[in-house]
Design a protein around this ligand. Structure first.
Ligand code: PMP
Length: 422
């Protein structure tokens, strides 16, 4: 049996009662792109709009006060989920915006008039280190930072079985390195990276570390104190929460020395016509009226996951991943791109089917009611590294069971039959 009660969980997700493609059960294997939402998350957003709706941190009327209370209580819940104090939690639109926030803060630092804001400035001669398995969201912002500042981008490569090649860690991360940006779980290979070694090396040379938690925070317990990085970023919509809200966690003493990214209302201390000063974190990084309902919805998602228990969520997905790897291995012509076993591996299973384009595989699966992702998964260098045009990717979450994986395997066989490759 699986660690989680799949039938009970499915009953919490209204969308899983609908059918697709002429009455077929929806087999949702695309949570890695975005997750479905349990009723409690939908209810939390509706509760806010029906009962409280007002702009937090503005105005003194009853609703404004309650909205501020609900927004800040949600910050505490979400911070608690990763073991962080409230003041280290900054709300952004998604992972992408959280990474851009840090990248722009580091280049803005170079020209900041306040000396303390220049602490982490990136400039010519400095280096930023990423890995070859990063999502475009954790690659392009660093390329752009390097273009703005004259810094150089370096990266750690990959091994043939889908893991980071750390053999040149000590030279790639060196005295010139200002920041290392690395994913905790690959969205395309499923790999869980040995962050301890990377963070230790980065800190040895005085570099900051940003961990992309978009695919880890939803699927495994993550505690920022244990992690030991300087920034952790993730998206609400991939962890049962609403779209439009993401999180930047930053070590307070680092956040406190960073200049703002976006400027405007809420993030200021004193404003005069000539110039302004800025609020302390996290407000310094939250310009404008925030995505209040979405933050409250995300707190409900966090509570849902906490009720299940993140240890059990992780075990559940490990069991599903092991079963999927075994089922796919039984089908001739199917090749998994990424680690072949469940050691240090999460539930993103990318594969190719000999003789059939990944998009065609996805199409046949869709005809069977199975939702998967096809393409380069916003990690183009990875598909290039493994010499494939694209992959078909199944990703698992709390409502998935063995039946979903059986459906996937049957669907792949149906595609082989349809294209006459079996
Ligand atoms: N990093 C990783 C590893 C991801 O999987 C994703 C989403 N596919 C992102 C970053 C970007 O997340 P978002 O689109 O929510 O900003």
């Amino acid at each position: 049996p699986l660690p989680l009660d799949v039938e009970a969980i499915r009953a919490d997700f209204p969308i899983l009662t609908r059918t697709v493609r002429d009455g077929k059960r929806l087999v949702y294997l695309d949570s890695g792109a975005t997750s479905q939402k349990p009723r409690s998350v939908l209810d939390a957003e509706r509760w806010f709009y029906e009962n409280v709706n007002a702009a937090p941190h503005r105005g003194a009327h009853a609703l404004a006060e309650e909205a501020t209370g609900a927004y800040e209580a949600a910050r505490a819940t979400i911070g608690g989920f990763i073991g962080a104090p409230d003041r280290e939690i900054v709300f952004t639109r998604n992972t992408t915006e959280a990474i851009n926030l840090v990248a722009y803060a580091l280049s803005n630092a170079a020209t900041a008039k306040e000396e303390e804001f220049r602490t982490y400035a990136v400039g010519e001669g400095d280096e930023i280190v990423v890995t070859e398995m990063e999502h475009h969201a954790n690659l392009v912002p660093w390329q752009q930072l390097c273009e703005r500042t004259g810094a150089t981008l370096r990266w750690l490569g990959l091994t043939d079985d889908g893991r980071l090649d750390l053999s040149d860690l000590a030279t790639v991360v060196n005295e010139r390195t200002k920041l290392v940006a690395v994913t905790q779980q690959s969205n395309i290979l499923g790999t869980i990276n040995p962050l301890g070694d990377i963070i230790a090396r980065a800190h040895e040379v005085g570099a900051l570390v940003l961990v992309d938690g978009a695919q880890s925070v939803p699927h495994q317990p993550v505690d920022v104190t244990e992690l030991g990085a300087d920034f952790l970023v993730f998206s609400g919509h991939k962890m049962l929460g609403p779209t439009g809200v993401g999180v930047l966690w930053g070590r307070y003493k680092v956040l406190d020395k960073l200049p703002p990214f976006l400027t405007g209302g809420s993030m200021i201390e004193v404003v005069r016509m000539e110039a302004s000063t800025f609020a302390a974190p996290p407000q310094r990084f939250e310009a404008g009226v925030p995505m209040t309902a979405q933050v409250i919805g995300l707190a409900a998602a966090v509570e849902y996951l906490q009720d299940l228990g993140m240890d059990r969520v992780e075990e559940h997905e490990k069991a599903l991943t092991g079963y999927a790897l075994q089922k796919l291995a039984e089908i001739p012509g199917v090749t998994v791109i990424g680690p072949p076993d469940t050691v240090a591996r999460g539930g993103a299973v990318s594969f190719t089917v000999e003789g059939i384009h990944p998009h065609d595989v996805g199409q046949v699966l869709d005809d069977h009611g199975i939702a998967v992702r096809v393409g380069h998964h916003c990690a183009w260098p990875v598909v290039r590294r493994y010499g494939v045009p694209a992959t078909t990717r199944a990703t698992f979450y709390v409502h998935n069971g063995y039946d979903d994986i059986d459906a996937l395997a049957d669907g792949i066989r149906a595609a082989q039959k349809f294209f006459g490759t079996a």
